[in-house]
Design a protein around this ligand. Structure first.
Ligand SMILES: NC(=O)c1ccc[n+]([C@@H]2O[C@H](COP(=O)([O-])OP(=O)(O)OC[C@H]3O[C@@H](n4cnc5c(N)ncnc54)[C@H](OP(=O)(O)O)[C@@H]3O)[C@@H](O)[C@H]2O)c1
Length: 245
């Protein structure tokens, strides 16, 4: 891809990791690019003339979204709509970062083509609607993923919630690889995560003192098993590594 790549959400957990891995990414701060204010987006696209856009900005506080619905919708749905409208008009390809929470989590091991929903909480609803907004774009790539900060942030982790999420410093290099190979990805949806495990098992890897808990303790309904089947991603990665061997 020739030309700069613009990143939204560059100050976030994932965005900061991506910027370290890909220092050429252009990541305007919110004062310069507020996705709820379309005129700031138009100005940025004219200023940087990006060859592609990575959309990692979102309202991500799952518990707070239950009561802060208007802002969550404005950022996750309307903000994404502004990006789609502006980039499709200029023929700029778009990568949208989505979540495993688009699935209800009744059975896990979800493949890209599986029907999402019904969403279990308001954040998940907005992320699912945002995916459908993005599918209007002629060159979309929706990356569904899930990650935690580098260190486990809570005293408790749930033994009865299953996930393929991982720590952000494990997930971000794969997302950076996907960005680098963007032109070689034939699909419009890609699951990037690691193997299925309980959240407790994941937490123990970096916080051996973490206590076991249950999802019944959560302040908001959470999917029981939102693990993602990542075969498509693993196959692509293997093909690229063979091509470079
Ligand atoms: N964290 C997870 O567990 C997880 C799991 C699956 C998928 N995801 C998805 O991954 C992506 C990145 O998540 P994250 O955890 O890295 O996010 P985060 O740490 O919560 O950061 C959110 C980012 O979005 C920006 N943002 C919020 N509202 C904005 C607006 N109106 N205009 C411009 N920027 C705005 C924030 O900017 P400010 O610094 O200015 O607030 C920040 O850079 C999101 O799409 C999220 O849905 C996250």
């Amino acid at each position: 891809m020739t030309g700069p790549i613009l990143l939204t959400g560059g100050s976030g957990r994932l965005g900061q990791e991506l910027r370290q891995l890909m220092p050429d990414l252009i990541a305007p701060p919110r004062q310069e690019l507020d996705i709820t204010q379309p005129e700031t987006l138009t100005a940025c696209l004219a200023r940087y003339r990006p060859a592609g856009l990575i959309h990692a900005a979102a309202y991500t506080n799952v518990a707070q979204a239950e009561t802060d619905r208007d802002l969550c919708w404005q950022v996750n749905v309307q903000g994404t709509r502004h990006l789609v409208q502006a980039t499709q008009h200029l023929g700029i390809p778009l990568i949208h970062i989505s979540t495993d929470y688009v699935f209800a989590g009744e059975r896990g091991n979800y493949r890209e083509g599986d029907m999402p929903g019904p969403p279990l909480n308001y954040y998940a609803l907005t992320k699912l609607v945002a995916e459908e907004v993005v599918r209007v774009h002629p060159h979309p790539l929706i990356i569904r993923t899930s990650f935690r900060p580098r260190t486990w942030p809570y005293p408790v982790a749930f033994t009865d919630v299953f996930t393929s999420q991982d720590y952000v410093d494990v997930i971000a290099p794969d997302i950076a690889l996907a960005i680098q190979h963007w032109a070689d990805i034939p699909d419009d949806t890609l699951h990037i995560a690691t193997e299925r495990k309980s959240v407790y098992e994941l937490a123990q890897r970096r916080c051996p003192t973490v206590q076991p808990g249950s999802r019944s303790q959560a302040r908001v309904p959470l999917p029981a098993d939102s693990s993602l089947d990542c075969t498509r991603w693993q196959t692509l990665k293997q093909a690229w590594s063979l091509a470079h061997a």
